[in-house]
Ligand binder design. Structure first.
Ligand code: FES
Length: 97
């Protein structure tokens, strides 16, 4: 389906260019960012502030204290990235199979 739509879009654009039609591309969208554990409504900034006062923090520590990662688990890769980089806003990760 994606291939079909991409091919169709290219064909329409090529036709417009051939006819000399001026095409204005839409502005690029901002990259979606993740800044919290959605299940427990805890921001990564709050967790980072808490972790700053600790000698070492692991995913298990965060789960035990904040419950983050205990429910759906979708925040775990973001928490892992937060612990590695210190970033509290992390680009949306799309799982690949
Ligand atoms: S988003 Fe953190 S446990 Fe679901």
């Amino acid at each position: 389906m994606v291939f079909f739509l991409t091919t169709l879009s290219r064909m329409i654009l090529a036709d417009l260019f051939r006819k000399g039609t001026k095409v204005t591309l839409p502005p690029s969208r901002p990259q979606p960012m993740v800044d919290r554990c959605a299940c427990h409504e805890v921001t990564f900034a709050d967790i980072q502030d808490w972790a700053r006062h600790r000698e070492e923090t692991t995913l298990d520590d965060i789960r035990d204290h904040w419950e983050c990662g205990r429910s759906c688990g979708m925040c775990r890769p973001y928490l892992r990235r937060m612990l590695q980089t210190g970033d509290v806003q992390i680009p949306l990760m799309i799982p690949s199979n």
